[in-house]
Design a protein around this ligand. Structure first.
Ligand code: ADP
Length: 181
């Protein structure tokens, strides 16, 4: 897993993952940014997402581990083929085994789907580390555990990027993984 600093809506990867809420409302944070960058009109991307959720899941919400795939629209200009929506846990500043397991499911669900779709490169935002209030360091460590394990048996995925939006989060992430910054 490579940790990078940047804006995921500008990132070049075959799949980008959205830190969605369970209803795919894309009301704020990275979800809003992705919807806006993909469709221009956020409401249009919400409409597309909900329609795909009905088709792919058969419900109007997703559980941790369930994912919905939507077309990249304008993000195709960045080489993006799929946007994969997954839902992480709500922490509100707390962290425990249950939150960790839900985050693992959210990450793994997106990796499995991308692998199934034949994706070679995939980029994630720090799921649950924004509005959902999970500690960034724990989120980053959980990402590393899940990705390191998954990559051993992945069929198509070669590179996984964790894209941190702010300089501060990027530094924290590098430190959490024991790197130099
Ligand atoms: P959640 O509700 O899962 O916490 P958020 O969208 O609030 O999701 O935040 C998840 C992470 O995404 C946060 O660390 C936030 O700083 C980051 N983020 C926000 N916008 C972008 C972006 N354009 N590119 C990459 N990361 C982003």
């Amino acid at each position: 897993m490579k940790v990078v600093k940047g804006d995921i809506t500008k990132f070049r990867a075959e799949a980008i993952v959205n830190a969605a809420n369970k209803y795919l409302e894309h009301g704020g944070g990275v979800a809003y940014a992705i919807a806006k960058a993909a469709a221009g009109d956020v409401y249009e991307y919400i409409r597309i997402s909900k329609e795909e959720m009905k088709k792919q899941i058969g419900r109007d919400y997703i559980e941790h581990g369930e994912v919905v795939v939507t077309p990249p629209l304008r993000l195709a200009e960045n080489g993006v083929k799929y946007v994969i929506h997954t839902v992480g846990p709500y922490c509100g500043g707390k962290w425990d085994e249950d939150k960790k397991n839900k985050l693992k499911l959210a990450i793994l669900g997106a990796l499995k789907k991308a692998d199934e779709l034949g994706v070679k490169t995939i980029a994630f935002p720090a799921i649950s580390a924004g509005i959902y209030g999970c500690p960034l360091e724990e989120v980053v460590k959980t990402f590393k555990e899940v990705v390191d394990e998954f990559i051993k048996r992945s069929k198509s995925i070669k590179e996984v990027f964790l894209v941190l939006y702010s300089e501060e989060d990027y530094s924290k992430a590098i430190k959490a993984l024991g790197g130099n910054d």
